[in-house]
Design a protein around this ligand. Structure first.
Ligand SMILES: Cc1cc2nc3c(=O)[nH]c(=O)nc-3n(C[C@H](O)[C@H](O)[C@H](O)COP(=O)(O)OP(=O)(O)OC[C@H]3O[C@@H](n4cnc5c(N)ncnc54)[C@H](O)[C@@H]3O)c2cc1C
Length: 465
């Protein structure tokens, strides 16, 4: 739809005249994110998810009046931060407005006594971590996209970091935050260090993908940088033995900061050795020197009992140094006809090995390579992360293939009762499956949506809403 000039003028009066754009190039640029499918769409000039207007917020206090205009005029609003979503979360499926919050100035306030930091939601995660490191602290949150995602984005997507076994996911790391509702109210949510005054309302907006409110400020935990760190690499005789290791160490209450198991196909990639002949396991411990050492000894004992063999720290150390690298996927996508996809799911221990075998078998005909690793481990089960790589005759074929890969993977996960997403969220990729995945609980999401966003302006068409 073409927005009336009066609406554009009203938006400009809030954010400034240079901060509202209906330019085709700007609208095309916000019609894709980092989802491989939309990257491929952009390469062939397909921009199906375009807004009618792009609004750059300069300050958090501009968000409520912008939402008021959108509510009054019935304009859908899709919030966009740093656009690192890999599932199409910040793409406007019903036109309207993309509200870009990434230009809101980054500021933070550290409370070293309480081990908390309060930052603007737009803060680049890597920049905030660097500020903390300069002070001998860490956020404990280290997604692969650390340097290309915002702290508000972490909450909105229920993100988790590569060291989740020690620190937990964002749900464990968030102390409180401020969110603006579509109706304009500012809500401050906090429970520090813990509160039992009714339900923990902080959970409601975590993972809501911009469908329930706009987060403007976030308070996170911080931790002193550990004085000691040890890493080790083990070969494991099979995926089955590797999974037994993951389960066993979790059940014993060990908390390595690093624990990643690669199946044979991905082991060859991660070890950069085509002749590597077994699954590989990376582990790392952190803390007081005596604790890090004792935990590493305990982990070694478990691995060896299960047929593992330590081969030195280099494999794990090399991964730590390359851990933000996404170039394998980016390069393949940039190749004509090339495709790449990453899909993360989760399941319980008694189902995980079967899920791994079923997905590998079903996806093998659809890609040149199907790689898998297990990297977020809980007492009850683990995530499983698939990487698919392939090359076809052209980009149109590559696009169809990515769609087929998603359909196949989601159907197998639904049939086997797996969690459809461990941390990349629903977005466009999984919205069609959201209500089947959540089952009866989807009703609660629909009721929350109706109560908090009665005009249904916020990020419509996501999470099956
Ligand atoms: C190379 C790569 C590696 C990745 N690794 C990880 C990983 O290890 N762990 C992980 O969890 N994810 C990972 N991701 C996914 C992605 O980085 C996260 O989902 C991240 O949290 C998105 O943040 P963003 O600022 O880029 O948000 P965007 O992509 O801009 O937006 C994502 C969603 O959040 C909403 N949103 C963003 N900001 C706000 C706000 N202030 N208020 C309300 N809604 C908001 C948007 O509407 C959208 O629905 C990876 C992505 C890439 C490209």
């Amino acid at each position: 739809m073409n927005l009336p000039p009066a609406v554009i003028a009203a938006l400009e009066s809030v954010v400034g005249s240079g901060r509202v754009s209906t330019d085709a190039v700007d609208l095309e640029a916000t019609s894709h994110d980092t989802w491989p499918l939309t990257t491929k769409w952009a390469m062939v000039g397909r921009h199906p998810n375009q807004a009618d207007v792009l609004v750059h917020a300069s300050w958090a206090h501009q968000i409520a009046p912008v939402l008021a205009i959108a509510s009054r005029e019935g304009i859908p609003v899709t919030v966009r931060a740093l656009g690192s979503s890999v599932t199409g979360q910040p793409l406007p499926v019903r036109g309207g407005m993309v509200l870009d919050v990434s230009g809101i100035p980054a500021s933070f306030e550290l409370n070293e006594r309480n081990f908390t930091v309060t930052a603007s939601a737009s803060y680049n995660g890597g920049d905030l971590e660097a500020e903390m490191q300069r002070r001998g602290l860490t956020l404990g949150m280290s997604p692969q996209s650390l340097h290309r995602s915002s702290v508000g984005g972490w909450l909105a997507t229920l993100a988790t970091g590569q060291f989740s076994s020690l620190y937990g996911g964002i749900e464990d790391l968030v102390v409180g935050y401020v969110v603006i509702l579509a109706t304009g109210e500012t809500i401050v949510l906090s429970a520090s260090p813990r509160a039992a005054m009714g339900p923990d309302l902080r959970q409601i907006f975590l993972g809501s993908e911009g469908t329930l409110g706009v987060i403007t400020s976030v308070t996170l935990k911080v931790f002193p940088v550990a004085p000691a760190e040890l890493v080790q690499t083990f070969t494991m005789p099979s995926v089955s033995a590797g999974l037994d290791f993951l389960r066993d160490q979790a059940s014993k209450g060990l908390r390595p900061f690093l624990v990643r198991l690669y199946d044979l196909d991905e082991a060859r990639h991660v070890m950069a050795d085509e002749s590597f002949s077994s699954p590989v396991l990376f582990v790392g411990t952190r803390g007081l020197p005596q604790v890090a050492e004792a935990e590493m000894n305990a982990l070694t004992e478990i691995a060896e009992r299960l047929g593992g063999a330590a081969i030195g720290p280099e494999g794990a150390q090399g991964w730590l140094e390359r851990r933000y690298d996404f170039s394998t996927v980016e390069k393949r996508l940039a190749t004509p006809g090339g495709f790449a996809e990453t899909i993360e799911v989760a399941h319980d221990w008694d189902q995980l090995e079967g899920l791994h075998s079923a997905l590998k078998e079903a996806l093998a005909p659809l890609a040149d390579e199907v790689l898998a690793h297990f990297s977020h481990v809980y007492c009850q089960g683990s995530s499983m992360y698939l990487i698919l790589l392939g090359t076809l005759d052209g980009d149109a074929e590559a696009i169809e293939r990515i769609e087929k890969i998603w359909e196949t993977t989601m159907q197998i996960c639904l049939d086997r009762g797996a969690e459809l997403s461990h941390h990349h969220g629903g977005g466009l990729a999984r919205s069609p499956y959201a209500s089947r995945s959540l089952g009866s609980a989807h009703l609660v999401l629909r009721k929350l949506k109706a109560a908090l966003d009665p005009e249904e302006i916020l990020n419509p068409g996501k999470l099956g809403l």
